[in-house]
Design a protein around this ligand. Sequence first.
Ligand SMILES: Cc1cc2nc3c(=O)[nH]c(=O)nc-3n(C[C@H](O)[C@H](O)[C@H](O)COP(=O)(O)OP(=O)(O)OC[C@H]3O[C@@H](n4cnc5c(N)ncnc54)[C@H](O)[C@@H]3O)c2cc1C
Length: 329
Amino acid sequence: MTEGRPALARDLMRLSGGAVTADADLRQYGRWRTGGRAWLVVEPSSAEGVRATLSYLADTDLPRLVIGDGSNVLFDDQGFDGVLVRIGPSLSALRFNGLEVTAEAGIWVPRFVRLLGQRGLKGLEHAIGIPGTLGGLVMMNGGSRRQGVGSSTVNVRGCDMRGAPFTRSRAECAFRYRGSTLQDDGLIVLETDFRFEAAERGALRREMISIMGERRRKFPKAQPNCGSVFLSDPRMYEVIGPPGAAIERAGLKGRRIGGAQSSPLHANFIVNLGDARSDDILSLIHLIRTTVHDQTGFWMDAEVRHIAPDGRVRPAHEAAAAHAAPQTA
Ligand SMILES: Cc1cc2nc3c(=O)[nH]c(=O)nc-3n(C[C@H](O)[C@H](O)[C@H](O)COP(=O)(O)OP(=O)(O)OC[C@H]3O[C@@H](n4cnc5c(N)ncnc54)[C@H](O)[C@@H]3O)c2cc1C
């Protein structure tokens, strides 16, 4: 497979208009700073570059995956045997028209929210502290304080994994808690139209400062992590509380496996203490999930996605169970 790589890399450089890296260290691309090596990483310079790259790859049998900032993915220690297409700052153009804004998928969410605040546009303040790209946020209807980006969304444009374009209205995206039909159908977000409300800039600024202060107090910052690992389940919430409370009750707050630890500050965050392997994180996810289930009867599902070497993407708890299976067999 490695023989054909230089020619493929040259083609992808031309089609994507951006950088192409062979044998890339995945620790640079995921916020947990773990994982093996990627066969090829492409960073297209435009939306057209993303479409051209995916359309070209559709004619190969290589695994392929689109990521943003890697703030919600766990790469495998065995690496990724295919082409990783990374949407980043080159795709961060914005168009403002009164209360309407069109944004490209690669813009950094905190930067986007700050720019909205400076223009007196209200609706996305809850996302000020979410360290990912807008495309990743829209795809999964991310947000905080029980809100999601979908409520300000009007239309989403992008392409499928073969590069074919689509446009979906908010209704067609059917945004739900941390999910949408974009996610269900494996579509790639390239541009989103929003509609916001007018608000006083000072009030928006104060709101954002307050949200950031609260997040700084509650969440670990210094060690690499991917934010909340487990999703909140409304049924469990009523009886036990959020995942962090359930993990704490199970006596696993601060629990360590290898270089991975359930954060002593917020149990639903797993931090990399410096030398963690992805396998340590998977083992800890499995231990937490099975212990909480034994004690409460609730299965907690992971929000974070695991990327297998063959390109399979699945919630990390599923990969964690498969990883644990041979050891318990
Ligand atoms: C410290 C910390 C705090 C966090 N807090 C929150 C929070 O409060 N609320 C919240 O919702 N999330 C939170 N997250 C998780 C994460 O930041 C968000 O889910 C973010 O939106 C993911 O964006 P990304 O660009 O990093 O996506 P990635 O991690 O790169 O990818 C995540 C998934 O999205 C897919 N994807 C990426 N880009 C696109 C695209 N353009 N089109 C289609 N699919 C795409 C990938 O294939 C992958 O399946 C937090 C993470 C961290 C590290």
